[in-house]
Design a binder for this molecule. Structure first.
Ligand code: GLU
Length: 448
């Protein structure tokens, strides 16, 4: 494959889309070898087709805030790839959202969804709307205005959005309410992450974090190690960190750090159930400050402004906040402090140099977001199935399926990532496994 040539042309076509180019570069690096063994991929220009989204909707959102002022935001839905099924992926509301960010997320989502074994294509959307400091009414008005634009372009069998950073159960509720009003369709399968009484799947809120810990558990076991008794540093305190903290604690690990844009909260005695519950209040407050945890639990949690979770000594680092949140310097600090594992829960949470550094350290294991965090979208897939069948499964049924899916993703990583020296390259494993599925599906469906 002419990976360099493809990258050069992509950079020329999309200058400045740094996150998107970073995500493509990582996949191309991993798949080069297998691609060269399949001349039929080259002939059908599979990679050249895969790196461009099927289509992108860009729209303007106008809404009125509590002071009566008019606000204008930009919004997008990137329908990236439908070879495996309807477009599927979350919506991100964050002030830094731009097309590069959503294209990288949509590209990653395509491979992640392929890994889940469920029939879902890849998509992503969102807006540069900043939920920080917004009232509940403002959030509702914004969500309604967003759906007013998007509703014609989505549907249970075409494109199924869900949550992501800044979009949780509350936002999905407002979005879904408006969708139903506009479309006059009351089968709620058009969005996932819904409330439990109106079509949401049990365990969906916890699923990304739970799945990530099931995956981490497999990583440790495959390495002859165990999770119980290990110290874990998480970043962020949102929905994903909350689910991860809950399951880490249940599996006997000790969560010693969470963080926010304002700094880190160190919890030397390990996070408690009360603290985990309080994470939900912190997110609902829209203040976006982790310091609130230390204020609420003085003595047990110690806040340091301007520091990251990666400054806290831990066995396992679990980035669970935002892309590129873990730099080379952070990776070096973690390794210096004795960390042995980094399982990315955020999408592309580690910078490329940090990953290369981790992989250069003998005995250190790094696993990428598209494998580790796939339990979230997988459970969204299970929600779609329940909606289509008009039934709901019990917590045990959903949890068992989630377990099984995470195990299968881990197996795929091992199968495609096993190196000559017996170690497992999880980045290669996840990328090759996802790529082979999407590429084969595209090939079999002809030149379209
Ligand atoms: N935003 C999540 C992700 O990055 C979940 C997407 C979904 O459930 O559709 O995978």
């Amino acid at each position: 494959m002419k990976a360099k040539k493809i990258m050069t042309s992509l950079k020329a076509k999309h200058p400045g889309e740094s996150e998107f180019l970073q995500a493509v570069q990582e996949v191309l690096e991993s798949i080069e070898e297998v691609y060269n063994q399949h001349p039929e991929f080259e002939k059908a220009k599979i990679v050249e087709r895969m790196v461009e989204p099927d289509r992108i909707y860009t729209f303007r959102i106008v809404w009125v805030d509590d002071k009566g002022q008019v606000n204008v935001n930009l919004a997008y839905r990137v329908q990236f790839n439908s070879a495996i099924g309807p477009y599927k992926g979350g919506l991100r509301f964050h002030k830094a959202v731009n097309l590069s960010m959503l294209k990288f997320l949509g590209f990653e989502q395509t491979f992640k969804n392929a890994l889940t074994t469920l029939p879902m294509g890849g998509g992503k959307g969102g807006s540069d709307f900043d939920p920080v400091g917004k009232s509940n009414d403002e959030i509702m008005r914004f969500c309604q205005a967003f759906m007013y634009e998007l509703w014609r372009n989505i549907g249970p069998d075409t494109d199924v959005p869900a949550g992501d950073v800044g979009v949780g159960g509350r936002e999905i509720g407002y979005l879904c309410g408006m969708y139903k009003k506009l479309a006059r369709e009351y089968n709620t399968g058009v969005l996932t992450g819904k409330g439990m009484t109106w079509g949401g799947s049990i365990l969906r809120p916890e699923a990304t974090g739970f799945g990530a810990l099931y995956f981490t558990n497999h990583v440790l076991e495959t390495n002859g190690d165990k999770l119980a008794g290990k110290t874990v540093a998480l970043s962020g305190f949102g929905n994903v960190a909350w689910g991860a903290a809950t399951k880490a604690k249940q599996l006997g690990a000790k969560v010693v750090a969470i963080s926010g844009p304002d700094g880190v909260c160190e919890i030397p005695g390990g996070i408690t159930d009360e603290m985990i519950d309080y994470m939900l209040d912190m997110r609902a407050s829209n203040r976006n400050k982790v310091e609130d945890m230390a204020t609420k639990f003085p003595g047990a949690a110690k806040f340091t402004a301007g520091k990251k979770s990666w400054s806290v000594k831990c066995d396992i680092a679990l980035p669970s906040a935002f892309q590129n949140e873990l730099s080379l310097a952070d990776a070096q600090e973690l390794v210096k402090n004795g960390t042995k594992y980094c399982c990315e829960i955020s999408n592309m949470g580690c910078q490329a140099e940090a990953i290369h550094f981790f992989q250069s350290q003998k005995g250190f294991i790094f696993a990428p977001g598209k494998a580790v965090n796939a339990g979230g979208v997988a459970t969204s897939g299970l929600e779609m199935t329940q909606n289509a069948e008009h039934i709901s499964w019990t917590p045990a049924e959903v949890d068992e399926r989630l377990h099984h899916i995470m195990e299968s993703i881990h197996e795929q990583c091992v199968k495609f990532g096993k190196q000559a020296d017996g170690t497992i390259d999880y980045v290669k494993g996840a990328n090759i496994a996802g790529f082979m599925k999407v590429a084969t599906a595209m090939l079999e469906q002809g030149i379209i």
